[in-house]
Design a protein around this ligand. Structure first.
Ligand SMILES: *[C@@H]1O[C@H](CO)[C@@H](O)[C@H](O)[C@H]1NC(C)=O
Ligand SMILES: *[C@@H]1O[C@H](CO)[C@@H](O)[C@H](O)[C@H]1NC(C)=O
Length: 308
């Protein structure tokens, strides 16, 4: 019995090694794919060179397409939204004189166009010249979205007992940072200009500092997230209108990062003592990750149990 069983296991491993490609991992709404693949030079080329696996045909890629937030793209007839958004009623908006401007305003405020200000304002705050294990932190204007590597949060001051939602005092001085070769503290502080729970990472990052002796290892960290991880603050999960802002924001963040793999960890930054919970809409997370999201309170608890 042992022989065949082992063979089966082997076969599965072999299949998953050869069959999982970038294209299989790309969890993307099919009707939008030609726009996504067509908008990036690298993706376009690798798709044309991989016609056996790439789900977009070379013919579809002959037409230049994009969403409008990419470099060298703007609001014009060949972007996705131009032919998908329709205006039937003229509205009175300041600065809008005709239907074309009305459509563009909608795109800028409620559609893919709203990603441009975030993308165009991304600036590096901490970097390490490719030094192995060095930290990296890059954020948009007002610290609304950030990308980071090898940074830490220390939850030692987070006393979760009776903790309420929307707390801004989880992270204090010394409780966030990394080891940066270059740290632009001035830029960081200039960007903490919109501090508010659901608006930015201002309260969590204002104390970001560089420590010469910091390293991501078990000596310095209890828990290490070594897969791509999405850390997000959340609105009320009991209400569809509020909670779907979270999912729309997450979807927008995927476009900003240009990554659509479900092979990611999701970390719910919710400060309530009993956690976020998501009884009504929890299934929607499966569109973004193939793992169960983890949450902030679980890490406070871990700290408590180790202390006591
Ligand atoms: C979108 O509509 C415009 C105007 O009707 C047309 O010229 C253009 O070819 C369409 N673009 C796509 C990508 O379908
Ligand atoms: C963000 O994009 C980078 C570069 O493509 C990728 O390596 C990383 O995994 C992405 N992050 C997430 C959380 O998906």
């Amino acid at each position: 019995m042992r022989g065949p069983l082992l063979n089966v296991v082997f076969l599965i491993a072999a299949i998953s090694c050869t069959a999982t490609t970038f294209w299989d991992d790309l969890n993307f709404e099919p009707s939008l794919l030609p726009w996504h693949v067509g908008s990036s030079k690298e993706l376009r080329e690798s798709c044309i060179n991989d016609q056996g696996r790439c789900p977009v045909s070379t013919a579809e890629l002959e037409v230049k397409r994009c969403f409008g937030f990419e470099p060298n793209c703007a609001f014009r007839p060949d972007i996705f939204s131009f032919n998908h958004s329709k205006c039937h009623t003229k509205v009175q908006w300041p600065g809008v004189q005709n239907m074309a401007q009305q459509k563009e305003m909608f795109w800028m405020q409620a559609d893919f166009g709203s990603l441009s200000p975030r993308l165009n304002s991304m600036r590096v705050i901490c970097s390490s010249d490719d030094e192995k294990g060095g930290s990296y932190l890059e954020c948009s204007d007002h610290l609304r979205i950030c990308k980071a590597q090898n940074i830490y949060f220390d939850f030692k001051s987070f006393d979760k007992k009776r903790s309420q939602r929307y707390r801004n005092d989880i992270i204090h001085e010394g409780e966030v940072g990394g080891k940066c070769k270059h740290l632009d503290k001035e830029l960081l502080l200039a960007r903490t200009d919109e501090k508010s729970y659901l608006q930015s990472w201002g309260y969590e990052l204002e104390h970001f500092a560089s420590y010469e002796d910091f390293e991501v290892n078990s000596k310095h960290c209890d828990v290490i997230f070594d897969r791509p991880t999405i850390v997000m603050k959340l609105d009320a999960s009991v209400n569809m209108y509020h909670h779907f802002c979270d999912f729309v924001n997450l979807y927008a963040s995927q476009f900003i990062n240009g990554s659509f793999s479900q092979d990611v960890d999701i970390f719910w930054w919710d400060t309530h003592h009993s956690g976020f919970g998501d009884a009504y809409f929890g299934n929607a997370w499966k569109a973004f990750t193939n793992r169960i999201p983890v949450e902030l309170v679980d890490y406070a608890e871990r700290f408590d149990s180790e202390e006591n």
